[in-house]
Structure formats: C-alpha cells, structure tokens
Design a binder for this molecule. Structure first.
Ligand code: PMP
Ligand code: GLN
Length: 444
C-alpha cells in the first residue's frame, strides 16, 4: 500500500511538472513567498556593474589593501598549523577566539562576558544578523529600523515573518548640514512607532552609509524606550573602531539595563580589514544567544576554523597593545581620517557637498546640484540616484552606491539625491577617482 501510494504520487508530480528552457514549470508555485520582493540586491547589481565597466571602485565597502601583517601571519600559521586547523571546530565559536573576545570585550562593555554562553561566532556579521532575526522574531512581530539602514535588515525581518517599521534620522532643521552628527532621531517620532507588537529595534553605529556615531544621550534615549516598552535592541557595530574628530563609539549594551536585552553584532572583516574571511559575531546575554545558537547549529553549524584562529590571534595582540600607538584599532582610523579628508576635499573641489562622516568608511554627497542628462531608456522608471550612479559608472568609469537603497520604499523618494562613496581605499584609487571627477567638472 505504502509503495503503491509513493508510486502514484510520483506519477502525479511527473504529470503536473514540465521542463521548458531548462526551467521546471510546476503546477504549484515554485518559490517560497518569503523570497517575494527581496530578490533585487544593491551589492549584486552594482558590484557587477563596477566590474563590467572596469570602473574605479568607490562602491562596495571593502579595503583595496591588505590586512595588517600580524593577522596575515596568523592566518598563514593557522593554515600550516596541523590538521585541526582544517577540520570542524566548536560549533558556536573556535575556543581560542571566544576566549580572546570575551577577555577583550568584557572591559569595553563593563560586564564579565562568558566566552561559551555569551558569544556566537558567525559567517560574517550578516549571519549574526540573520540568526538574530530568525531566532527572535516571530510571525507578526514588528521591528523598528532606523533609516538610513544597511539594506539586509529589511529582507531578514521579512524572511523571519516580521514587519519592518521605519523611523528616519533627519537632518536638523536649522542651518547647513555638514556632518553626520547633524542627522538625528526625533524621540517622539520614534516612540510613536512603538506598538504592543514591537519586539526589537535595530540600530547601526557608526552608521552605514551616513557615518553617524550615536552619542551617549541618543543611545540612552533608545535604551530608555527599550526598557519602557520591553523591546530588544540589535546593535550593528561592525565599524566600532572607526571614529573621527573625537567622536566616541559607545556600546548601547554598556548602558544600565541594556546588557540583558541587546545583541551586539560585529565583524572580523571590518575590524581587521579582511572582509573576505567572513568571521563575524554576536555578543549578548546567554539567555538570548542560546536561541541564536539554535538557528546556527541547524543552518551553517560553524565557520572556517583557520580564519577564526587568525581573528583570535588578532584579538590577543590587540588586547596587549590596547590604547597604545601599536594598536591597529587606532592605526586604522588614523589612516582613514586622512583618506576621509582627502575624499571630502576632492568632492568639494568639484562642487559636490559631502556630509562629513564621524565614523565608518563611507561618505554621502548631495548630487542635486549636478546637471547631467540621464535620458537613458534602459534605466527609465528607476530612482534618480540609481540612474545617476549607473550613468557615472558607465560614462565616467567611477563606481559609487545610490543612497536610496538604504531607505524603505516609503521614504526612498525623499533621499534619492545622495550617492555614497567608500574611502577605505589606497590613496592611488582615491586619486584616480579625483581625476575622473575633476576632468568631468572641467568639461562642464
Ligand atoms: N552590517 C553593516 C552595517 C555592514 O556595512 C556590513 C557589510 N560589511 C555588514 C553588517 C556585514 O558584515 P560582514 O561582511 O562581516 O558579513
Ligand atoms: N557592507 C559593505 C557595504 O556596505 C558590502 C556589503 C556587500 O557587499 N554585501 O558596502
């Protein structure tokens, strides 16, 4: 009977499916509805465009220089360090890595971090975010996302069954907007978005793409709302070491009452200029992290052992030299400070008004004063900044990223006159971009 039923059901499948042009045509819908509307991806599209046109690439955020020698050496030593470095390690994080991270971050958060309970090592910050949403967001839960936001938060909330609710950082009404610090949250507007279904708020400091570094008072306001309305906070801090002009990165998890309800997300890729290693993490109270471990063990299980070993050694070294001029966590922002200023001067010299970032490695600039003929039929119907960036890449050979990609459909129209430049690049790359902009401006 069992065999008979299996046979007939297989026959049904064969009858109802057909293969045309190498595509299976099913009688029922092929794709799961969680993939609806999230199939377009700004990184996939614009990284390909930059490569196709061999453009000078100030688009995707990755350094075009090598990581510091001490982590490169650590990686090489790991690779030749015996069979174990090539095999599975502990699922939730290679023991030397979680131990070194616990030691390192305990003194920063001001809380004794348990290496085995309070840390989950992930495949980049991406997977830490994914595990957080999958583990903590249920069908119908609302998640507040502060705009502009790193684009993957929205699809991740949707794929978990939740609903994204947006609140924008707005330029202060008074005076010229020169710095990312002039973009602020309105506490009343933020509180008005909270409902009994609100489960969490996502913040990103230093922010991608704006470069805003939240001040303690701003974080305290968010923390007070989290505690008052019993919400979680997912704090994406992948650019935590990159601050300028005296701006100080503060961890919301270090504010009173927030350790218990915050998931802090970090990235070895951003921390040690090795984005291709894809070592990331989530740090938080064990009672939260344990649910993320459930997602992790049933999805990727663990990430590359040798890369984790190298990051472990990176943290060990940084622990020893913390606060001294030897520290990469001081050297990288010092180097980027000059690159930021170089890019800003270049943009200003061609009449583009940048918003000076206090952190991170991106700078956004207002393109509303630039006159170009965007009459390209192929991009008709797309938002202004998307068309502009495509034009700049194809016609001038300079790749950037449209800023409306960091906004919800509700608000993207208000912010479609900015483009994002990445400055974690060799000076020669920044100079090449400068040459393109200058030539273009002189020709006008
Ligand atoms: N969050 C932000 C704000 C980012 O800019 C990025 C891109 N690096 C990520 C998360 C993902 O980081 P990772 O490459 O470590 O997955
Ligand atoms: N985080 C990087 C950026 O913002 C790259 C992300 C990606 O390529 N997926 O540019």
């Amino acid at each position: 009977m069992g065999i008979f039923r299996t046979l007939t059901s297989n026959l049904t499948v064969i009858r109802l499916s057909s293969v045309r042009n190498n595509k299976i045509i099913m009688a029922r819908r092929l794709h799961a509805s969680r993939t609806d509307g999230v199939d377009k991806n700004v990184w996939v599209e614009f990284t390909k465009l930059a490569a196709d046109y061999k453009a000078v690439n100030l688009g995707q955020g990755f350094p075009d220089f090598s990581p510091p020698k001490f982590v490169q050496d650590a990686f090489c030593n790991a690779v030749s360090g015996g069979f174990q470095m090539h095999q599975y390690t502990r699922a939730f994080g290679h023991p030397p890595l979680v131990k070194n991270m616990a030691k390192f971050f305990s003194r920063i958060v001001g809380h004794e971090i348990d290496p085995f309970e309070d840390i989950l090592v992930t495949v980049g910050a991406y997977q830490a975010l994914f595990s957080a949403f999958q583990a903590l967001i249920d069908e119908g839960d609302e998640v507040i996302i502060v705009e502009p936001f790193f684009d993957c938060y929205q699809p991740m909330v949707k794929m978990a069954g939740g609903k994204a609710v947006y609140v924008p950082l707005r330029p202060k009404a008074d005076g010229a907007i020169l710095s990312s610090g002039d973009w602020v949250l309105n506490p009343k507007e933020l509180e008005s978005k909270i409902t009994p279904s609100t489960k969490a708020i996502v913040i990103n400091t230093p922010n991608n793409p704006l470069g805003k570094v939240y001040k303690t008072e701003e974080l305290q306001m968010i923390a007070d709302l989290c505690i008052k309305h019993d919400m979680l906070c997912i704090s994406d801090e992948v650019y935590e070491w990159l601050t300028y002009d005296g701006a100080k990165h503060v961890k919301i998890a270090s504010l009173p009452g927030m350790w218990e309800r915050t998931i802090t997300v970090g990235s070895g890729g951003k921390t040690f200029s090795a984005t291709g290693w894809k070592v990331g993490w989530a740090i938080g109270a064990g009672h939260i992290i344990k649910h993320m471990k459930t997602i992790h063990q049933n999805t990727v299980y663990h990430c590359a052992t040798a890369a984790q070993e190298a990051v472990a050694q990176g943290f060990e070294r940084e622990y020893e030299v913390f606060g001294t001029p030897e520290s990469y966590f001081l050297q990288l922002p010092a180097m980027l400070y000059h690159k930021r200023n170089k890019l800003a001067a270049c943009l200003q010299s061609v009449g583009l008004q940048p918003i000076m970032p206090e952190g991170g490695y991106f700078m956004i600039a207002d393109i509303s004063s630039v006159k170009v003929d965007l009459n390209d039929k192929r991009t008709e119907g797309e938002s202004y900044d998307f068309r502009f960036v495509k034009w700049l890449t194809k016609e001038k050979g300079l790749a950037t990223i449209p800023v409306s990609a960091f906004y919800s459909p509700e608000h993207s129209k208000e912010f479609d006159k900015y483009i994002r430049f990445c400055f974690v690049k060799e000076d020669s790359t920044l100079d090449a971009a400068g040459d393109i902009l200058r030539k273009w401006s002189q020709a006008q």
